[in-house]
Ligand binder design. Structure first.
Ligand code: PNS
Length: 204
């Protein structure tokens, strides 16, 4: 019997963006199963719980054949072993991603020599997109349509409305709708480590 080709696509996904979705779709063309794995990271303060993130990812990838979502704690290579993955998928958007990814890939290879690490490039329109920027824009009531899947958009707006209410701040105002092209292209700036000052740690 032919062994199914399984890829593990790990990340913080706080939250899952359309850039992540683009990568999941690309991976699904190459592998029979793509398991999107949300890492528990106690060192980072996250906006969404791992369970919330899994729910949003499952919703976003409903139409992507072979894709599913889980959350995990501990080492990535152990998670890969548990689910029978032969490869880890990571996205490379810009040169700035490379150094960290290279270190991580070599460490993972040392820990699990049989596991391949495959880098995929997202569509150009998502090159400047990352979870931190999306949260920043949403926190201030900016338009995030086109940057994240619809459920993520709703959950971000709800979360920041709740936060504003608790802090007795004016809720982020919904900006008037524009007819311009995809918001993704407008959310420029900031590759992996750009931006900052957010209460949550930066995420890709
Ligand atoms: O989206 P991110 O934050 O860039 O993802 C980083 C992630 C979750 C892939 C990485 O931190 C990870 O693999 N964490 C699990 C713990 C682990 O195995 N660490 C060693 C990596 S060499």
């Amino acid at each position: 019997m032919i062994r199914p080709r399984v890829a593990l696509f790990p990340g913080s996904f706080d939250p899952f963006t359309n850039g992540h979705l683009d990568l999941a779709r690309r991976a699904a063309v190459l592998f029979d199963r793509v398991v999107i794995a949300v890492a528990h990271n106690s060192a980072k303060t996250s906006l969404f719980t791992p369970e919330e993130r899994v729910e949003m990812i499952e919703d976003a990838v409903r139409g992507v054949k072979g894709a599913s979502a889980i959350h995990f704690s501990g080492l990535l290579v152990d998670c890969a072993r548990r689910i029978g993955a032969q490869a880890i998928i990571r996205g490379l958007r810009a040169v700035s991603d490379f150094e960290f990814e290279f270190q991580m890939a070599l460490m993972n290879r040392r820990l699990a020599p049989g596991l391949e690490i495959a880098f995929l490039m997202p569509s150009q329109e998502f090159t400047y997109l990352n979870s931190t920027l999306v949260k920043e824009v949403a926190r201030h009531g900016g338009r995030i349509r086109g940057l994240v899947p619809p459920l993520v958009e709703r959950r971000l707006q709800e979360r920041f409305r709740e936060t504003a209410k608790r802090a007795d701040l004016p809720a982020p105002a919904a900006r008037p709708r524009r007819r311009a092209a995809s918001g993704a292209r407008r959310a420029s700036g900031g590759a992996r480590r750009a931006g900052g000052g957010a209460p949550e740690a930066r995420t890709r």
